[in-house]
Ligand binder design. Sequence first.
Ligand code: FES
Ligand code: FES
Length: 151
Amino acid sequence: MEVRFRLNGEERSVDVGPAQSLLSLLRDGMDLPGSKNACEQGECGSCTVVMDRQAVCSCLVLAADVDGADVTTVEGLSNGEQLHPVQQALIDGGGVQCGFCTPGFVVAAAHLFEGNPAPATDEIREALSGNICRCTGYGGILRSLEELAGR
Ligand code: FES
Ligand code: FES
């Protein structure tokens, strides 16, 4: 079936399979490999995208369900050469980690700061609670985001 949706600010239309996930569509059909497929079970958050103002695991969303939706992936956060403030904060604060977990952390954190420019530590922890680093390296991320929040 054909779906039409807004992807990183551009109107797109594409054929999707009946059981295809949004994650598969992004990576295999739209040439956007930033969202990672670490578990494909909704457990790790490495596939996080923002869909209609909600941070979601794209591995759990049917591609067919994005018809009419607005989707932002990690590729859509920067403005050309200008990084999103969350991306810059993670670089500046030593919060960049491996390529599997970092994209999901970036999208989840960007979504948090979009609605709350100065989140409390508990709010940051809550917003990132669906994102797992298998190496348990959360300290650099938290410190970077606290810095961005103004503390
Ligand atoms: S790949 Fe989607 S939650 Fe892990
Ligand atoms: S899973 Fe990416 S640094 Fe731990």
